[in-house]
Design a binder for this molecule. Structure first.
Ligand SMILES: Cc1cc2nc3c(=O)[nH]c(=O)nc-3n(C[C@H](O)[C@H](O)[C@H](O)COP(=O)(O)OP(=O)(O)OC[C@H]3O[C@@H](n4cnc5c(N)ncnc54)[C@H](O)[C@@H]3O)c2cc1C
Length: 413
């Protein structure tokens, strides 16, 4: 494509969305610079990583990645030997009896490792590490990113791909407008390896993931495969365990690593197999963090300062994770952003118009999904409302205005 205007994009954050934007711009022959707050070593040794279900969002990956990386997509899978058509959805069980209640349908679902996906998407990119954005300054027609180390970068547009606690969002919307709302959700999300026999036992029901809701208190207990370094050595397989519930029954004294592990093990005893055994097999000394659920309740049209600054991925729509939509939407944002910059560089739209159209769609889609995901989170943690949650009508499919309305109506019937 011939371009009539040079537009240099500054990408803040080298998570999945930022890297995909960079790959897409590179593929389109458009200039960019990408900045990550962490040092390159901290980026590779993060104490916390998790897996994600990639499903409807995968079509957006191939729009941005070069064909040679698309071909290597399996390198990002938790288990590269499990093809995306091996599984049709997420099976959900009654935690007390072990009966299958429902399968949450999804389009070619696969579990990807957040870390492996970042490493694949980083290939061929020159990421500037140790660049923590602190401020954005308008500079005539240009825009300037100011980093904590005192350095600066100048471009035509800044895209904030800096995650749920986005500094870019704060720079654009102010502290008050960018602030997140905490919902009364408590989540233990951690990883574990097991003995070879135990590891194989935990994959018997499904090669990727299983989840369950306990009817007595609505607690969710999820088990998924997160990394299979050697398919022939199950003792190397890393699992992701996630237990979540509404409100926090732990007192301040109990809310320590020891207290949380004791709570987790005690609660696991109330489960059917294989969750009960998984709980018993979690090793002594395992440090379990506790996270709340958050989302951007105040999401509203933001001022892009004439197309000079915008948001992408979790920065634009941080959401609760129980519908598995954050990554999938982030991938669509990335590919849409690249298309918007192509339009502006090609002269079919001004940068202001192209970014305004991009912003409108992202905000609408993101706000809808934040609401649907929140409903899912609140409804699945209660046995009485479980079967009215969005997953029953929508599965893991993308929320569309019409379907979401139907599901809202169904939920209130
Ligand atoms: C437990 C859990 C399970 C999930 N499961 C799923 C799932 O099954 N399916 C799904 O679709 N989604 C899922 N998600 C959501 C998914 O993880 C996110 O939507 C996705 O990772 C967002 O990617 P991102 O690139 O927007 O943000 P991030 O991956 O958070 O990347 C942001 C990057 O920006 C950097 N950064 C931050 N601040 C700055 C700064 N000031 N300057 C420079 N760099 C900065 C960060 O270091 C980071 O590298 C889950 C989330 C959780 C918590």
């Amino acid at each position: 494509m011939a371009y009539t205007r040079e537009i240099h994009t500054l990408i803040i954050g080298a998570g999945t969305s930022g890297l995909l934007v960079a790959q897409g711009l590179k593929k389109a022959g458009l200039p960019y610079s990408i900045f990550e707050q962490e040092s390159s070593s901290a980026y590779q040794t993060r104490p916390r990583e998790w897996g994600m279900t990639l499903h409807w969002g995968s079509s957006h990956v191939s729009k941005c990645l070069p064909p040679e990386l698309v071909e290597r997509m399996a390198e990002a899978y938790a288990d590269p030997t499990v093809a995306p058509d091996a599984v049709t959805g997420l099976p959900i069980y009654n935690g007390k009896t072990g009966e299958l209640i429902f399968e949450m349908k999804a389009e070619r679902p696969c579990r990807v490792s957040r870390k492996k996906m970042r490493n694949l998407f980083s290939e061929g990119l020159d990421v500037s590490y140790g660049k923590d954005l602190v401020e954005i300054v308008e500079d005539g027609e240009k825009v300037r990113a100011v980093f904590r180390d005192g350095t600066e970068a100048v471009g035509d547009v800044i895209v904030g791909c800096d995650g749920a606690h986005s500094r870019t969002r704060t720079c654009i919307c102010g502290e008050e407008g960018a602030g997140l709302t905490t919902v009364p959700l408590s989540m233990f999300n951690f990883t574990q390896t097991f003995t070879a026999e135990q590891a194989m036992y935990l994959r018997k029901l499904n090669p990727l993931f299983i989840t369950s809701i306990h009817p007595d208190h609505g607690t969710m207990f999820w088990i998924s495969i997160q990394n299979v370094p050697d398919p022939g050595k199950p003792e190397t397989w890393m699992y992701q365990l996630l237990m979540s519930w509404i409100n926090n029954p732990l007192s301040e004294e109990e809310n320590t690593y020891e207290g949380r592990l004791a709570f987790f093990k005690k609660r696991s005893e109330e489960w059917a197999e294989p969750w009960k055994s998984a709980g018993r097999w979690v090793k002594d000394g395992t440090q379990i963090p506790m996270d709340p659920g958050t989302y951007w309740e105040k999401a509203a049209p933001w001022d892009s300062r004439g197309g000079k600054m915008t948001l992408c991925g979790d920065a634009a729509h941080p959401m609760t994770p129980h519908r598995g939509q954050g990554l999938n939407n982030a991938l669509q944002d990335s590919s849409n952003f690249v298309a918007a910059i192509q339009e502006a560089a090609g002269g079919t739209k001004s940068l202001t118009e192209a970014v305004a159209a991009y912003d409108k769609e992202v905000l609408e889609r993101g706000t809808l999904e934040m609401q649907v995901s929140l409903k899912q989170t609140m409804f699945i943690h209660n046995w009485e409302t479980l079967m009215q949650s969005p997953m029953v009508k929508m599965g893991m499919h993308q929320a569309k205005k019409e379907k979401a309305r139907t599901s809202e109506e169904a939920a209130t019937e």
